[in-house]
Design a binder for this molecule. Structure first.
Ligand code: UDX
Length: 434
């Protein structure tokens, strides 16, 4: 089947390349000529493990191509995915749907065969109805249906998540569209991926509900960590003890500096807006958003506290800047608030991140970027692990102690065993291991 993917960003590119790998004929379309030129030259616009090889293999196999021309790109496609961005709208936190609507208009104007138009972008409930209205108003004479197919992939593990999903959710009431979507996803059925057909509105809501729930789970364990620090207790044991209950599950119970990234902060806000507009306040999610925002700032204070009574003029090394490992994504990363809090307190900041420094630089201009973890730690009065990159899991602690001015380690991801680090002569603090 021919598939068109409109929008070659994170979701579009990964999904397009994976569909091609399953044998479909895929065209990835993007308005940005520079991005398309780079993709044609085999250069990835994002850092995602395995993506470059996947793209290269499928381009070579003739199953994957790139274009800026939407009309030719969608020609002959049985399924046209909309995978453009839905950023938070400046000012009000609503999802900005202008890109989705523009694509719907262009698809309507250029449709030359029957097709299912599938929204993969994370869109507020009711967007499918809008897309359908726009397509209808375009006057197209070809048969079409609009389906919702939210994406649950995680950055850094996106290809695996796409190929072995926990579930595939498809929202449509149209039998014909169901048949086409079954064909699109048939290659994944071999991996026993459960496919859940729902109404379009339910599918749109599933994505927001899942993300809000995961954000809640993280925030819950983060608050338990705060309590552990005060009353004495180990949050990792609490998480293990809770997680072994099948009703709770062990995942997303790692206490840390607060969630960030391209999805949780934006999607929780958008969900709150939808809820507010419909007179159904989601108080739990409201609290989660507030608690997480203030947590990121509180982490800055935690690092400052580790410096002792007079932080001004001291130096802190931040190890890891991206919102999580194996990505170069800096969106809503806790490191931004932490670096800001340190700067406000008159603390000098150096940093090292394996992939994120380029995107981090404009967000924290006062921070001096280093070539390595040890370079960053040189003459530091405290070293703080902010993102749990593998490279920071087995630091040479003797070397770290040698280059730093003071042996102080703040481990915001609980990567190290407190006893081991203290035995090396460090003053060590972590999250919720009171
Ligand atoms: C998330 C969802 O997992 C994915 O299904 C959705 O499609 C997009 O949003 P992603 O943003 O890539 O994916 O990252 P994820 O691995 O979920 O982590 C999100 C944030 O939560 C990170 O800042 C991470 O550090 C934090 N986190 C995650 C925790 O602090 N503790 C945990 O136990 C898990």
């Amino acid at each position: 089947m021919k598939i068109a993917m409109v929008g070659s960003g994170y979701v579009g590119l990964v999904s397009g390349a994976c569909f091609a790998d399953f044998g479909h004929d895929v065209v990835c379309i993007d308005k940005d000529p520079a991005k398309i030129d780079r993709l044609k030259a085999g250069q990835m616009p994002i850092y995602e493990p395995g993506l470059e090889d996947l793209v290269e293999r499928n381009v070579r196999g003739g199953r994957l191509s790139f274009t800026t021309d939407l009309a030719s790109g969608i020609a002959g496609a049985g399924a046209i995915f909309i995978a453009v961005g839905t950023p938070s709208r400046r000012g009000d936190g609503h999802a900005d749907l202008s890109f989705v609507h523009a694509v719907a208009r262009e698809v309507g104007a250029n449709l030359a065969q029957p097709a299912v138009i599938v929204t993969k972008s994370t869109v507020p409930v009711g967007t499918g109805d809008e897309v359908e209205r726009i397509l209808r108003e375009s006057g197209t004479e070809h048969r079409f249906a609009v389906a919702s197919n939210p994406e649950f992939l995680r950055e850094g593990a996106a290809i695996g998540d796409f190929k072995r999903p926990d579930r595939i959710v498809i929202g449509t009431d149209d039998e014909w569209a169901r048949g086409i979507m079954n064909e699109v996803y048939r290659p994944l059925f071999l991996n026993k991926a459960p496919i859940l057909f729902t109404s379009r509105r339910s599918a749109e809501l599933v994505k927001y509900a899942a993300n809000a729930f995961l954000a809640t789970k993280i925030t819950f364990i983060n608050e338990m960590a705060d309590l552990c620090e005060k009353v004495g207790g180990n949050v990792q044991d609490i998480a293990r003890g809770m997680g072994l209950d099948n009703r709770i599950g062990a995942k997303f119970l790692h206490a840390g500096p607060g969630y960030g990234g391209s999805c949780f902060p934006k999607d929780t806000l958008a969900l709150l807006k939808t809820a507010e507009d419909n007179g159904v306040p989601l108080r739990l999610v409201e609290s989660v958003v507030k608690v997480n925002d203030s947590r990121k700032r509180a982490m800055g204070r935690k690092v400052i506290d580790a410096l002792g009574s007079e932080p001004r003029g001291k130096r802190v090394a931040l190890l890891g800047l991206t919102f999580k490992p194996n990505t170069d994504d800096m969106r809503d990363a806790p490191s931004i608030a932490i670096a800001q809090a340190l700067d406000d307190a008159g603390v000098e900041v150096t940093a090292y991140d394996p992939e994120g420094m380029e995107l981090a630089k404009p967000l924290m201009q006062h921070v001096e970027m280093s070539e390595s973890a040890y370079e960053a730690a040189r003459n530091a009065d405290a070293v703080a692990i902010v993102t749990e990159w593998d490279a920071f899991r087995a630091l040479d602690l003797d070397r770290l102690k040698e280059v730093a001015r003071a042996p102080v380690l703040v481990d915001l991801r609980n990567v190290y065993d407190p006893e081991e680090v203290r035995a090396k002569g460090f003053r060590y603090s972590s999250i919720g291991r009171g």
